[in-house]
Design a protein around this ligand. Sequence first.
Ligand SMILES: C=CC1=C(C)c2cc3[nH]c(cc4nc(cc5[nH]c(cc1n2)c(C)c5CCC(=O)O)C(CCC(=O)O)=C4C)c(C)c3C=C
Ligand SMILES: [Fe+2]
Ligand SMILES: [Fe+2]
Length: 341
Amino acid sequence: MSVPAGHPPFFVPDRVGVLLVNLGTPSAPDAASVRRYLAEFLSDRRVVEIPPIAWQPILHGIILRTRPRRSAHAYRQVWRADGSPLAAITAAQSGALQGAFGESSPVDWAMRYGEPKIADRLAAMQADGVRRILIAPLYPQYCAATTATANDAAFAALAKMRWQPAIRTLPPYYDHPAYIAALKASVEASLARLDFEPDAILASFHGMPQRTLDLGDPYHCHCRKTARLLGEALADTLGGRELIVTFQSRFGRAKWLEPATDAMLAALPGKGVGKVAVVAPGFSADCLETLEELAIRGRETFLAAGGSRFAYLPCLNDGPDGIGMLRTILSEELAGWIEPA
Ligand SMILES: C=CC1=C(C)c2cc3[nH]c(cc4nc(cc5[nH]c(cc1n2)c(C)c5CCC(=O)O)C(CCC(=O)O)=C4C)c(C)c3C=C
Ligand SMILES: [Fe+2]
Ligand SMILES: [Fe+2]
């Protein structure tokens, strides 16, 4: 019997695969591409929890007329020869993990918004004989606006498949010892490369509307716990200096989690902190929010307020600490599907 065109093969050995998922990013740093990306992102009801009848006129009438040009300018400042940092680094993470879970277990990657689409990568894996897939939203701290919507998109794609693969999803790993250890190693290595001794280290997490915390989203608690564990792990390095926790990237008029990163950077010099190092533990890959908002605008804010030295410490990205950590936590979630490494 021949397999119908476009049909997945029937008789291939079952394989196990991992699909890394991150947020998504524009395909190019121009206003039209950014508008397309923001329209998809900001129409997600997990992200903006305002009824569409009220939100869509604001989104299309105001935000998508003004923000794409400003954001495209920001993207241009961090764009790399191989594309958007978020996409390039996620691809590199996927490449670095290839073969980590066995010769025949592929690791692939997708984005919640834009390309490559979760639905397309799941279909490609299924067509390749991958019958068990670990979907891994690369967000250490759970948030409905990130983790849940990535899983929603995966399950929406599965809803259209006659022959579904078996699915597992990666739980948040905000307090996993391997994650905390990787952050500690990475922060210490970055600090050792600096030519100055910071007076304080600031851990900046992406913000969220305060209302989501009141509605029961555990994101804020997860961020706080990551910061506490990282502070404890770094106790010797900090030597009495504070690990300051802040939330960045406020969007819209509602109240967001506080303290705000930009306000803190503006206030620190007045409190005697003239030299600061900033780390972003909630981002698994450097992106617009870290490379432009923190490393460029954050620096400007801090120096304009009277600070003398500023350093941005990179995310775990596809470096050895980050990849080692991902191997550990993904292997744990694959238990029973693959032989332990
Ligand atoms: C790490 C976790 C993230 C949470 C939580 C999050 C919530 C959240 N974000 C917005 C609005 C925007 N975020 C934007 C960029 C962006 N956000 C994250 C991660 C989280 N967002 C990343 C990794 C990125 C970078 C994407 C890239 O291409 O590099 C943007 C787009 C950029 C801009 O125009 O400023 C917006 C808008 C909301 C509203 C929200 C929670 C409700
Ligand atoms: Fe965001
Ligand atoms: Fe931002």
